[in-house]
Design a protein around this ligand. Structure first.
Ligand SMILES: [Zn+2]
Length: 281
């Protein structure tokens, strides 16, 4: 055996190998947009238990255990999905896979980065009901949107305190200076049992957890030129102050999606940081 075997590698060779490894890792991640943002690590599934304390009990292995004993798989075993499969057939883990940039200034999201746009239908139907069977409507409550300015009546679900939360948002938005009114009034709507445009999937509006603010000041990827070719130019007019108020109360914003929908907000506390200790989600 030669003495070279036990001698240390020349430093230059080591660093070259490290660079080569780093380069191939970066290249591999960059090849897949969902992985590029999320890495290969499993998302923090424990956050979903904190986010829905009334409904969810614990995580056991690969299962989400509801307080009523219902069990659902977190991971369907299909691995990291390409974008079309991720949006059409997300498992519960997939819903958490793309980090949501809470509190960040509005900016063009990277291609195919749509944090929160994948919803596991079995999870949402269990939580809020299936509107096509009529079981969402019974849980709706009417709230008054911008009580001093718009006085618009809107229906949202009472499940997870969503109606109370939207009322709190509404009061904060009502107190903003008049220059914000045009973005908020009239609201485009809340509960609506309909599929997402161009799909068979029930919209978040069908669960009673979503609101569209003023349509006239909003931008939507399907209205953008180039959308048909798959290249979407980001456009947004909604001020950050409005977005931050919603996010503080557990609502995510459709303006943070590559397939943007800047009028749209929905209750998705699992994608937002936990509220300060002592406060409820
Ligand atoms: Zn909407």
């Amino acid at each position: 055996m030669s003495s070279r075997t036990s001698s240390p590698q020349p430093p230059i060779k080591k660093s070259f190998i490290r660079e080569l490894l780093t380069f191939s890792l970066v290249f591999a991640f960059a090849a897949h947009p969902l992985e590029a943002r999320a890495g290969s690590d499993a998302p923090n599934v424990a956050r979903i238990i904190e986010a829905y304390p009334d409904a969810l009990g614990k995580i056991e292995g690969n299962e989400l255990v509801w307080r009523d004993g219902t069990r659902m798989p977190l991971d369907d075993g299909h691995g990291v999905k390409a974008f079309a499969d991720w949006i059409e057939n997300p498992d519960i883990e997939d819903m958490l896979r793309v980090p949501y940039p809470a509190g960040a200034p509005a900016d063009a999201p990277a291609p195919e980065i749509d944090p929160g746009r994948a919803r596991n239908a079995v999870f949402f139907e269990k939580m809020y009901g299936d509107c096509r069977k009529g079981d969402v409507r019974a849980k709706l409550k009417t709230i008054v949107w911008l009580p001093s300015k718009a006085k618009q009546r809107l229906q949202v679900t009472t499940v997870n305190g969503v109606a109370d939360r939207l009322e709190a948002i509404s009061r904060e938005l009502d107190a903003l200076p008049a220059e914000f009114d045009k973005y908020l009034v009239p609201a485009g709507g809340t509960y609506n049992c309909r599929p997402i445009a161009g799909t068979n999937r029930v919209s978040a509006h069908g669960y009673g957890i979503a609101i569209d603010i003023a349509v006239a000041q909003s931008d939507y990827w399907r209205w953008a030129s180039g959308a048909a070719a798959g290249k979407v130019a980001f456009r947004n007019r909604i001020p950050d102050q409005i977005v931050r108020i919603f996010e503080r109360h557990g609502f995510i914003w459709g303006g943070r999606w590559y397939h943007y929908d800047t009028m749209h907000f929905e209750y998705r506390p699992e994608l937002l940081p936990p509220p300060p200790s002592g406060a409820r989600n």
